[in-house]
Design a protein around this ligand. Structure first.
Ligand code: NAG
Ligand code: NAG
Ligand code: NAG
Length: 253
């Protein structure tokens, strides 16, 4: 029967590639899925991805203490990674000690804010995200999730091992303007920090003070059309951690 033959050849194919080996095995690595309907906006974790204030990238973070090559029944790797590495989320405990002590970790973040309709906007390339810039973006009330694409994307900063402090981010007045004049609860940016280097901590404080806004940093926004999408971001459920790597995708409406 046709069906049985198909199943048999599938089993043979799996057996052949698993046991006999196949030199032509090429794993798919995609940025876009389902004919352009799903965009992966997460950066790939690899040793030469940039780390804050480091010129050497994140370095080795994966080891293989148990491997089939040296007799284990399976390959089992281990990783060690700062929680604010690559595409990641900040919880309120990141910059507020009393929130940290009270347990406002990544496990306490609202998944509803991290998942839903989101606007991808282009920030004028000649400026940091100031109050003036926020005004000109005229993001309508009712928009709760915004991903800000900036000069960082054009400069491909996340693809450069060396940290660059001249990245674009929010100034304090820009952060304040967003908090006071919009309904935005999810702020996504395209480099390691939502705050520009000169306002590193003050801008974070403005955003995280009320514990209503979630910050997602180092998003990969290349080649994604501006406009409305559905965003889906899921942090690891790390109890006690004020940050976590996060997988984010955009789905076209
Ligand atoms: C097994 O091999 C890996 C590298 O493939 C090495 O890191 C690890 O230490 C080895 N473990 C033992 C028990 O030899
Ligand atoms: C891990 O397992 C595969 C077989 O599934 C084997 O080909 C490979 O060599 C192993 N890796 C290491 C580092 O031992
Ligand atoms: C943004 O601010 C940083 C310092 O925080 C500065 O180095 C950079 O030149 C500014 N970028 C733009 C486009 O104004």
């Amino acid at each position: 029967m046709k069906y049985q033959a198909a199943v048999l050849s599938l089993v043979v194919a799996i057996y052949t590639s698993a046991v006999v080996g196949d030199d032509n095995l090429i794993p798919p690595r995609r940025e876009v899925y389902n004919n352009g309907k799903i965009f992966d906006i997460t950066h790939r974790y690899q040793p030469d991805m940039p780390a804050f204030e480091s010129s050497d990238g994140i370095g080795q973070f994966l080891w293989l203490p148990k491997s089939m090559k040296n007799g284990s029944i399976a390959n089992n790797s281990e990783m060690k990674l700062p929680t604010h590495t690559g595409t990641h989320v900040d919880a309120p405990g990141h910059v507020f000690d009393h929130y940290f002590d009270a347990g406002f970790d990544v496990d306490s973040l609202d998944l509803h804010i991290l998942n839903g309709p989101a606007l991808l906007v282009d920030v004028p390339r000649d400026s940091n995200i100031t109050a003036e810039v926020m005004k000109t973006l005229s993001i309508p009330r009712g928009v709760t999730r915004v991903l800000f694409r900036t000069l960082n994307t054009d400069r491909r900063l996340m693809f450069q091992k060396e940290f660059d402090s001249s990245y674009v981010g929010f100034t304090v007045d820009g952060a304040k303007w967003l908090v006071e004049n919009t309904d935005i609860k999810l702020v996504g940016v395209d480099y390691l920090s939502v705050a520009s280097y000169d306002y590193l901590i003050p801008s974070h404080l403005v955003f995280l003070k009320d514990r209503e806004i979630i910050l997602v940093e180092s998003l990969k926004l290349d080649d994604v059309p501006a406009g409305l999408h559905s965003v889906h971001c899921l942090p690891l459920r790390l109890a006690g951690a004020e940050g976590s790597p996060i997988r984010c995708i955009l789905i076209k409406y």
